[in-house]
Design a protein. Structure first.
Length: 95
């Protein structure tokens, strides 16, 4: 059974491989990705503060996220993981 999860990287600028598609600033406009994929996102303070990504989890196990890049102009990094796009149903977070 596939369980869709949403990942939001709030207030972070990170650089990886595949470019994001804007707008992806909220759950409804999240970019689709997959487990094992490498993505490229960029946020701009005051205009584009959020990047949202969604992916399907098809088996139990450990999910490891790795973000690399430069943080400029943001007070902190916020990462949230939601179940099935329900932003009231957060299953994990890191600040």
């Amino acid at each position: 059974m596939k369980t869709p999860l949403l990942l939001t990287a709030l207030l972070i600028s990170f650089s990886m491989v595949k470019a994001e598609t804007e707008p992806n600033n909220w759950a409804l406009t999240a970019n689709q990705t997959s487990i094992g994929a490498t993505e490229n996102g960029h946020v701009i303070p005051g205009t584009d503060n959020n990047d949202w990504w969604k992916f399907d989890v098809t088996q139990t196990g450990t999910l490891e996220l790795s973000l690399t890049g430069t943080i400029t102009g943001f007070p902190q990094v916020l990462i949230d993981l939601f179940h099935e796009g329900d932003t009231a149903n957060r299953v994990a977070y890191a600040y």
